[in-house]
Design a protein around this ligand. Structure first.
Ligand SMILES: Cc1cc2nc3c(=O)[nH]c(=O)nc-3n(C[C@H](O)[C@H](O)[C@H](O)COP(=O)(O)O)c2cc1C
Length: 349
């Protein structure tokens, strides 16, 4: 494992939990993934490893859990597998109980209009898209009780916090934006729906992680882009960074000056500036570029790692380079780990 979970003295019955994403090196043919999963299931069972594997649009997302030693063995095979590359570890935890206790490897595939129908091959889970649609409906109806119940049900079913946020809540935010762009709901409906999703995000529980101790000295300022009214991503990040032990400050600045004043006052190690997660606003990129540039100038004496996010980055319309940032998050999952790495690198310079 990247962090060596096996040898840091945890109790023998604790469970290591690893989530990563990667890109398929070639488009798998109909039988390829079935074969991969059949073999993986057999090996996972023999190693006592459980988890889930998602495949969508050429990307894998996998969560694996098992004894630190078993995971170490498996991970050294998986990370060398030439069927995927650009492997990015999103989270690595030690937990006391399994989330995927009954699933030796749950596969869910979503390939738009493709020849594969992987979901037909497995009984579980019901389509992720249906969950997203359900989430959108509850949000538009401002049904907070229903949302809380749904979040609790996902956790009971073994969904990790990262999976709930990046596979359900963030896509639901984009779906709400689409509904507004298509005139299917009013702007006020969109605002209410997004705040309902924020509440749903607060109900997501992150497991305690070894990161907590490691990052306790880091301070992050989580800001919406100047004048940006949508704050879903920023609030989702707040829960994640707090759970990882960061000191968290938040800013919803009306102007670039308000943002730079706050940076000046707080000297954060990392700054995240979020555009709307619901609607793509390409014209906002010019202002974001200016906000990033000026944030760097005020932070000159205390170099700050700057990350950006929002729907334009989730859909790869823009990159970190477009706006001069150090990192662009394509989703919220794993951001605190990525920024911790960048802050560490910054300090070693
Ligand atoms: C995205 C992806 C996920 C995989 N997941 C698993 C898994 O959960 N369990 C497993 O045994 N093999 C999995 N494999 C296959 C392993 O990489 C490897 O081929 C297999 O474990 C045999 O290992 P070996 O070649 O070291 O003998 C996965 C491969 C890919 C590309």
């Amino acid at each position: 494992m990247t962090g060596g979970l096996a040898d840091n003295g945890v109790a023998a019955d604790w469970i290591a939990c690893l989530t990563y994403k990667s890109s398929a090196t070639a488009s798998p043919a109909a039988g390829d993934l079935d074969l991969l999963v059949a073999k993986a299931r057999a090996r996972n069972r023999s190693l006592g490893v459980t988890g889930m594997l998602l495949f969508e649009d050429g990307h894998f997302l996998q969560t694996l859990e098992g004894s630190p030693a078993a995971l170490e063995t498996l991970w050294s095979s998986i990370r060398q597998d030439s069927r995927h590359n650009h492997i990015e570890v999103l989270s690595e935890h030690i937990v006391t109980a399994r989330l995927f206790s009954d699933w030796d490897l749950l596969l869910d595939g979503r390939i738009n209009d493709g020849p594969l129908n992987l979901r037909a091959a497995v009984a579980l889970p019901p389509a992720v898209a249906e969950h997203v649609a359900h989430l959108v409906e509850l949000s538009l109806n401002a049904d907070d009780l229903g949302l809380n119940r749904l979040m609790a049900a996902f956790a009971d079913d073994g969904w990790t916090a990262d999976a709930i946020v990046s596979l359900l809540i963030e896509p639901a935010g984009r779906a709400l934006g689409d509904a507004w762009l298509d005139d299917e709901c009013s702007e006020i409906d969109l605002t209410i729906g997004l705040s309902m999703l924020q509440l749903a995000g607060h109900a997501v529980r992150y497991s305690p992680s070894p990161q907590t101790i490691r990052n306790s000295r880091y301070r992050v300022l989580l800001a919406t882009a100047p004048g940006e009214p949508h704050m879903l991503g920023t609030t989702l990040l707040a829960d994640q960074f707090l759970a990882s032990g960061w000191q968290v400050d938040m800013a919803f600045p009306a102007s670039e000056e308000a943002l730079t004043n706050q940076i000046n006052a707080q000297h954060p190690d990392a700054l995240d500036i979020g555009l709307s997660d619901a609607v793509p606003r390409p014209h906002a990129l010019t202002q974001l570029r200016s906000a990033v540039e000026h944030s760097r100038l005020v932070a000159a004496e205390h170099p700050t790692v700057i990350s950006v996010g929002g729907r334009l980055f989730a859909e790869a319309t823009a990159t970190a380079r477009t706006v001069g940032a150090d990192y662009a998050r394509s989703d919220v999952a794993g951001t605190s780990i990525k920024l911790a790495e960048l802050v560490q690198r910054n300090r070693q310079r």
